[in-house]
Ligand binder design. Structure first.
Ligand code: ATP
Ligand code: MG
Length: 380
């Protein structure tokens, strides 16, 4: 066990590391960040130590490892060599195996299939011929996704009835890709939870996610789905967590079909954007659970105390890269909480922050959140 004031090392410097650092430092931990981003990154702003170097800089990595008791990652695309070097020296949680499985779509899909966990039918392809065969087998529509380093819908192309495959493949040539059957879902849900060192789990519940341009836009918690969908979603999370022998906070994104079946879309081996509502609406939030699990401490009560809706704030609503929008629509609402990630420059589609609205009922929270969202000029 690494109780406070142990030092938690975080690989990655983004907003997920920032929110983890905030929670862990409040509890008395020290934080060291290792990131290839420049100094002053979102997580570094709340860290005791910040090391800025490429992930293959072994001297810098050694310096980082000397400062920490235990290491976690705030995003999954850390090169495997770096993860291996970390794990050889300090406890890495989640471990190498869970991280390398989930950082690569092909390995992730194979893991799901091997575990008998339902996901969209898929094929792995590495050239145009393979793509043609896969599309013939899976049928249209389907979607091509790069095997490595995709996020927020980047590296994806949908294949519809009239898509020219040679043209679609030109964006992927030279890469390995996963082709997936298109799932005509009625809604998307996710489950965020934590698993401790002894296999104990605590999940926050099942939430409903609305995406715009493949990026999460709104999370509604709890999800407006029946008990059967809820149960399938929670069972799938447990199966994935156990299958990966996972330690830490993890999210599973899922599709719900018209006949009430739940299908796994993807796994995030870290806290997740759809779990940000837990900061304001749950007894123990996803970042508190993460440092508890990673440090081998008992998990907290993950239950939700108030219905909540979270809305993402993307760079699109910034009037210019350095000028913030007028936040009064959020600030004027007594049950809305603004969270900004300390990113200096806004860019279109860049996640800059979020806000969460609490309500006595989910309908009320949603109505208020959508009103604030519109007043900020989101989606107009
Ligand atoms: P993120 O990092 O935001 O989770 P990502 O790049 O990893 O995104 P996915 O989660 O695979 O991408 O896909 C993004 C969105 O595209 C999904 O949330 C869903 O709305 C849609 N999508 C992806 N795959 C499918 C599919 N097989 N059938 C239907 N919709 C899909
Ligand atoms: Mg996704």
């Amino acid at each position: 066990m690494f109780p406070p004031p142990s030092t938690i090392g975080i690989l990655g410097g983004g907003q997920l590391g920032r929110m983890l650092a905030l929670e862990a430092r409040r509890a008395g931990h020290r934080i060291a960040i290792f990131t290839d981003e420049p100094y002053g990154c979102p997580a570094g702003q709340f860290a005791d130590h910040e090391i800025n170097a490429p992930y293959d800089d072994s001297t810098a990595l050694t310096r980082f490892l000397q400062q920490v008791d235990v290491v976690t990652a705030e995003f999954e695309n850390i090169p495997a060599d770096c993860l291996e070097a970390v794990e050889a020296f300090k406890p890495l949680r989640p471990g190498f195996q869970a991280l390398v499985t989930t950082q690569h779509r092909e390995r992730e899909k194979n893991f799901l299939r091997d575990q008998g966990i339902t996901c969209a039918p898929f094929r792995v392809v590495d050239d145009l011929k393979g793509l043609e065969a896969a599309v013939a087998e899976l049928g249209r529509p389907c979607v091509i996704k790069t095997a490595a380093f995709g996020y927020d819908g980047k590296g994806q192309a949908k294949v519809t009835a009239d898509t020219d495959l040679a043209e679609a493949w030109s964006g992927f040539a030279g890469a390995r890709a996963v082709v997936e059957q298109w799932i005509p879902f009625v809604c998307e849900v996710s489950v965020v939870g934590a698993r401790g060192l002894r296999g104990e789990t605590a999940v926050h519940g099942c939430v409903e996610n609305q995406h715009t341009h493949h990026i999460l836009d709104v999370t509604i918690s709890p999800a407006r789905v029946g008990p059967q969908v809820m149960k399938q979603a929670l069972d799938l999370w447990e199966a994935v967590a156990a299958g990966l022998n996972y330690v830490g906070t993890m999210a599973v994104e899922m599709f719900v079909t018209a006949d009430g079946k739940v299908i796994v879309n993807e796994i995030a081996p870290r806290p997740h954007n759809s779990g940000h509502y837990t900061i304001d609406a749950c007894r123990t939030n996803q970042f508190q659970q993460q440092f508890r699990a990673v440090c081998g401490m008992p998990l907290g009560d993950a239950s939700q105390h108030t219905p909540a809706v979270m809305v993402n704030l993307l760079g699109d609503i910034w009037p210019s890269p350095l000028k913030h929008p007028d936040w009064s629509p959020v600030l004027n609402h007594p049950r809305a909480k603004l969270h900004l990630y300390g990113k200096r420059e806004a860019r279109p589609r860049r996640k800059m922050g979020h806000f969460t609205v609490l309500g006595d009922t989910i309908d009320q929270a949603l109505e208020d959140a959508l009103r604030i969202r519109a007043a900020l000029g989101i989606g107009v």
